[in-house]
Design a protein around this ligand. Sequence first.
Ligand code: GDD
Ligand code: MN
Length: 381
Amino acid sequence: MDDSISQAPYSVSRPTGVPEISIVIPTFNEKENVQELVRLVASAMAGVHWELIFVDDNSPDGTARVVRDLAATDGRVRCIQRLGRRGLSSACIEGMLSSSAKYLAVMDGDLQHDEALLPKMFDTLQSGDVDVVVASRYANGGGTGDWDERRAQLSRASTGLAKRVLHVELSDPMSGFFAIERETFLRLAPELSGVGFKILLDLFASADPPLRFREIPYEFRSRRAGETKVDGMVALDFATMLLQKRIGRVVPPKFVYFCLIGGGGLVVHMLVLWVLFDMAGVAFAASQAIATGVAMVGNFTLNNLITYRESKLSGLAWFRGLFLFCLACSVGAIANVGVASYLFSEGTRWVLSALAGVLVSTVWNYAATAFYVWRVPNTAR
Ligand code: GDD
Ligand code: MN
């Protein structure tokens, strides 16, 4: 019996309930697939003491209920249900953190990953020569199944970009199917960005020294039930993760988006002003006021859709958010003018005074709106 168990403050007569490997399955609307998945894993992993940890983001189709029903009759199945959260990567991280098995695997819950690979992945990891075993669609003998040309191109392009930007040597850094030793994962966990779909890439990009890995080719299966959750936002999540890994320690990616949108807002402001004042002959003060309003609503809308897409406001909360956003930015504007005027009166050149004012108000607007409008406690991510 291992030490930690013999030191338990209660008696453990049979340490049989300890799984050797936890297989973490992120799910969102996979009700039709979970039962079959448990059956397939059970037959592929016969002879191994495994457990399946489903991490479900409160799927509207009731996936969590189906998993819990299975768990009620099979102790090897567990369900973590998250409320008010979304995200494949963060779901995987939470599932892995909840495991006490020596080895961890991550696999999709829609039967697209070939569970027959699991025993080989487990054996390879146990041999101790590598830190991670990756099931790869792009290694010799693997394939992307029935993906259309557009999805295949996108995948190849992002794979290439990831390799170049993050210097990862994997043939398939986007794979959502891999196994890792728990201690290795725990060491890297605090460094993970947890954004989006690319948990494996996140792990590799966080590792120093680089992780030792082996790739096992496999053919991506086609989906039988349910649908993919990969959409336009996944591209944005991917960009966020690249930003996070490259500059995240210095500038939070959310601040980058906030500034880009703010810059866009300035362009919109000038365009509206030009049309109203210069072309339509509206009074300057009225034109400036309308341009300010349009830019603020535009900035709020875009930040809500892009910067704070995980905490997106809708319905009444949208209007409340807009009001608070305008309020916070008005305070920012006062600070802007105050700082700039002070510096100017102290003899600073007008351009520098103005830029300092803009900088102060931008940082204030970012921090205040993150906290009061979108209620994000940690704006660093
Ligand atoms: N908990 C949770 N939360 N699970 C999610 C979420 C989410 O927000 N979004 C997706 N999932 C689950 C799905 O239910 C599924 O089990 C798995 O994550 C993969 O999602 P799919 O929507 O089926 O993605 P895909 O098949 O297009 O792409 C997958 O496979 C690729 C190749 O391995 C993903 O794993 C990609 O990251 C991967 O590159
Ligand atoms: Mn899928």
